[in-house]
Design a protein around this ligand. Structure first.
Ligand SMILES: Cc1cc2nc3c(=O)[nH]c(=O)nc-3n(C[C@H](O)[C@H](O)[C@H](O)COP(=O)(O)OP(=O)(O)OC[C@H]3O[C@@H](n4cnc5c(N)ncnc54)[C@H](O)[C@@H]3O)c2cc1C
Length: 578
C-alpha cells in the first residue's frame, strides 16, 4: 500500500448518484472523499437528458401541476405489481420531493418543472400527464473556471456545430429561426454565445440537460471543498468482523488504503460494459451496444459480489433500461450511437419494420418499451436490427436520427451507409435486406391508417405519450402520416442500454443486502450500482436519475445518522455547525 487515508465516508464514482451522496454527506458534516475512475465527473449522467422523475415535487406544484405520492404509488402498483420492491418505492416517493428541496436549498443544484411530460404508460391507473418530471436548470460552465474541462461532455451526436448543446426547448427556435422574431432572437443568442465560447473553450459553455446537472453538482462539491481524486478507481472494499471499515483505491497506479468511519458508497454506474454480467442478466440476443460510460465496467457489482451481496433481480432478461439506437460513423472515422429517444419515432410518416417488412410495434411508445418489443418480436421474425422507414417529406420536416430537420445535403450520410435511400420502396427493401413485397404491403396499409387516423394494428397516436411526441398540427392523427414522397429512407436500429436495472440489492436506506437479505453494515449502493426499485420497468421520464439521486441522498443521510425526511432540520442553513 502506498499510503493511508482516513475519512468518514468514501464514495466511489462521480456520476449524478455519487456526487449527490458526496455532497449531502459533506453538507451533513461528514469528512468525505470521492474517488472517480476517469479524469472527469458526470459519467453517463453527463451525456443524459438530465430529467428526474420525482412524483409530488414542489417545483411542479408551484407551477400549478398537482400530483401526489399516493397517485404515483397507484401507478407503480399497476405497472410493477404491489408486492415487488414496494418498500423501496414507498421510500423513494416519500423522499423524492424532500431530497430535491434539500439540494435546491443548500447547493447550486436547481431544477425547473417540465410541465406536460406524460408518464410512459400514460393510459394506466395513476399515471400523470404532467408534473412528475423536473430538469436541471441550464448551467454556465464558465463558473467552474479551469475545472470546466473536468466535466464529461455530452455524446457528440447530441451537439451541433461541433460543440454546442441544444436542449429540447432550443430545437423549435433553431429550426424555425426565420419564422418569428422571438425564434430569431433565441437562435441568434445561442449562436453568438457559442461563437464567443469557442474563442476560449473547446466546446460551448452553456450546459443543459445532464451536463448541467453534472456541472451544478460539481460546482457545489468544489464550493464545499470536497476532495475528489481523479483517475482513482475503487478496487476493493475491506470488511472486518462483518462491518465495512475501508477500501482500496488506485491513485496514479498505486494502491492506497482508505479507512472509513461511516462506510463506503458504491456509485460506479453499474455494469453496462461488463460482458459477464450482461450475458448473465440481459435478454437474448445480448445487445452489443451500450450508451453507458465506457468506465462503467461493473466494478461496484463485482466488489459487492465478493462481499457476498445479493444481485437483483435474479431473473434473466430484465437488466436493461433501453433505447433504440442507430450506429453513426463520425467525421474522424470513429463510431457513435444515436439514441432515438423522442424526436422521430412518434412523428407522422415513419414506420418501424422487421425483416419481413412488417410493423411489429406502435412506433410512438417509450424508448424502453420500443426495445422490449424488438426483443419480443425477434422470437417470431428478425427484428434485431429493425429499420425505421420514412419518405423525403418526413426527413425534410422532422429529421431522422442524426439528420436534423431541414438538413439539405444527406449524401455524406448515404455514403457512410448511415442512411439507405432509394426511389422505390422495393429498391429500399433490397438495400436493407427486408422482404420487398412485405414492405410495399405494409406501407400501403399504413397509408390507409394515415387517411382514417386510426392505426388498427398497433394504436399509434392513441395515448397521451404518443401524441406528446407527435406533431399537433398534423391531422387527423398527430402520429400517423403517409409515406408517399420518394426517395424513401431507412436507418438501422439496435437495442442499446442507457441504464442498467440489475444491481446490488439494498434496503430503503441504500444499504447493501447479502444473500440472506441481511444488511452488510457500512456498505451502500446507489445509482446504477443499486438494483432499480422499478424492477426493470420504465414508468416515466427520469426513471433512473430520480431514484439514483434520491437513494444517494438517503444513503448519505443514513451514514450521517440523520432522518432523510426531515430536510428542514437537516438543512445546512439551520444547523449549528454550518
Ligand atoms: C442518451 C442518454 C439519455 C439519458 N437520459 C436520462 C434521463 O433524462 N433521465 C434519467 O433518469 N436517466 C437518463 N439516462 C440514464 C442515466 O444517465 C444513468 O442512469 C445515470 O447517469 C446513472 O447514474 P450513476 O451515477 O449511477 O452512473 P454514471 O452517471 O454512469 O456515473 C458513474 C461514474 O462512476 C465512475 N466509475 C466507474 N467505475 C469506477 C470505479 N471502480 N471507481 C470509481 N469510479 C468509477 C464512472 O467513471 C462514472 O463517472 C440517459 C442515458 C443516456 C445514455
Amino acid at each position: 500500500m502506498a499510503g493511508e487515508i482516513e475519512v468518514d465516508l468514501l464514495i466511489a464514482g462521480a456520476g449524478p448518484a455519487g456526487m449527490t451522496a458526496a455532497l449531502v454527506a459533506s453538507l451533513q458534516g461528514l469528512d468525505v472523499l470521492l474517488c472517480e475512475k476517469s479524469g472527469q465527473v458526470g459519467g453517463t449522467g453527463s451525456t443524459s437528458a438530465g430529467t428526474l422523475w420525482i412524483p409530488g415535487n414542489h417545483q411542479s406544484r408551484k407551477a400549478g401541476f398537482h400530483d401526489s405520492a399516493e397517485k404515483a404509488e397507484e401507478y407503480l402498483d399497476a405497472l410493477i405489481g404491489s408486492s415487488v420492491n414496494r418498500d423501496l418505492r414507498t421510500a423513494f416517493l416519500k423522499t423524492g420531493p424532500v431530497a430535491i428541496d434539500y439540494l435546491e436549498d443548500n447547493t447550486d443544484v436547481k431544477f425547473s418543472p417540465c410541465g406536460r411530460h406524460p408518464d410512459y404508460r400514460s393510459n394506466m391507473k395513476g399515471a400523470a400527464i404532467a408534473g412528475r418530471a423536473i430538469i436541471p436548470q441550464p448551467f454556465d460552465g464558465r463558473l467552474l473556471g479551469a475545472d470546466f474541462a473536468r466535466v464529461r461532455p455530452p455524446i457528440r451526436e447530441y451537439m451541433v456545430l461541433g460543440g454546442m448543446m441544444v436542449g429540447k426547448a432550443d430545437i423549435a427556435p433553431l429550426v424555425g429561426r426565420f419564422e418569428s422574431f422571438a425564434n430569431f432572437k433565441h437562435a441568434a443568442g445561442l449562436l453568438l454565445r457559442y461563437f464567443f465560447d469557442r474563442i476560449r473553450y473547446p466546446r460551448g459553455t452553456r450546459l443543459v440537460m445532464g451536463n448541467a446537472l453534472a456541472g451544478r453538482l460539481f460546482l457545489s462539491l468544489r464550493e464545499r471543498g470536497v476532495e475528489i481524486k481523479f483517475d482513482a478507481p475503487i478496487v476493493e472494499v475491506v470488511r472486518e468482523n462483518g462491518c465495512v471499515v475501508g477500501a482500496t483505491i488506485e491513485v496514479e497506479g498505486k494502491r492506497v488504503s482508505v479507512k472509513t468511519r461511516k462506510g463506503v458508497v458504491l456509485a460506479t454506474g453499474g455494469c453496462g460494459h461488463n460482458r459477464r454480467l450482461r450475458e448473465a442478466f440481459m435478454p437474448s440476443p445480448v445487445p452489443i451496444h451500450s450508451l453507458s460510460s465506457e468506465f462503467n465496467q461493473g466494478d461496484g457489482l463485482a466488489i459487492g459480489e465478493r462481499l457476498g451481496a445479493r444481485i437483483a433481480p435474479e431473473e434473466h432478461g430484465h437488466a436493461g433500461l433501453w433505447t433504440p439506437a442507430s450506429v453513426t460513423t463520425r467525421a474522424d472515422g470513429t463510431k457513435g450511437l444515436y439514441p432515438h429517444i423522442i424526436l422521430d419515432r412518434a412523428k407522422p410518416g415513419l414506420i418501424a419494420v422487421d425483416a419481413t417488412g412488417q410493423r411489429f410495434v406502435n412506433e410512438a411508445v417509450s424508448y424502453h418499451d420500443f426495445v422490449e418489443a424488438m426483443f419480443e418480436a425477434n422470437a417470431k421474425a428478425k427484428s434485431i436490427p429493425c429499420y425505421l422507414i420514412c419518405d423525403a417529406a418526413f426527413i425534410e420536416k422532422y429529421g431522422l436520427g442524426v439528420v436534423y430537420p431541414g438538413m439539405r445535403d444527406l449524401s455524406g450520410l448515404v455514403k457512410s451507409e448511415y442512411l439507405k435511400r432509394d426511389e422505390t420502396l422495393e429498391g429500399l427493401a433490397v438495400k436493407i435486406g427486408v422482404d420487398a413485397q412485405g414492405l410495399r404491403k405494409t406501407v400501403a396499409r399504413h397509408n390507409d391508417f394515415a387517411r382514417t387516423g386510426v392505426d388498427i394494428d398497433f394504436g399509434k397516436g392513441e395515448t397521451e405519450l404518443n401524441r406528446f411526441n407527435g406533431d399537433d398540427d398534423h391531422k387527423p392523427n398527430p402520429c400517423i402520416g403517409p409515406l408517399a414522397t420518394p426517395p424513401y429512407y431507412a436507418v438501422e436500429i439496435w437495442p442499446a442500454d442507457i441504464a442498467i436495472s440489475t444491481g446490488l440489492s439494498t434496503d430503503a436506506d441504500a444499504r447493501v443486502l447479502d444473500q440472506d437479505r441481511q444488511v452488510i453494515p457500512g456498505l451502500y449502493a446507489c445509482g446504477n450500482d443499486m438494483a432499480s426499485p422499478m424492477s426493470g420497468s420504465y414508468p416515466g421520464p427520469g426513471t433512473t436519475l430520480g431514484p439514483g439521486m434520491v437513494f444517494a441522498y438517503r444513503a448519505a443521510m443514513h451514514a450521517a445518522g440523520k432522518d432523510p425526511l426531515d430536510a428542514a432540520r437537516n438543512s445546512v442553513m439551520n444547523s449549528s455547525w454550518s
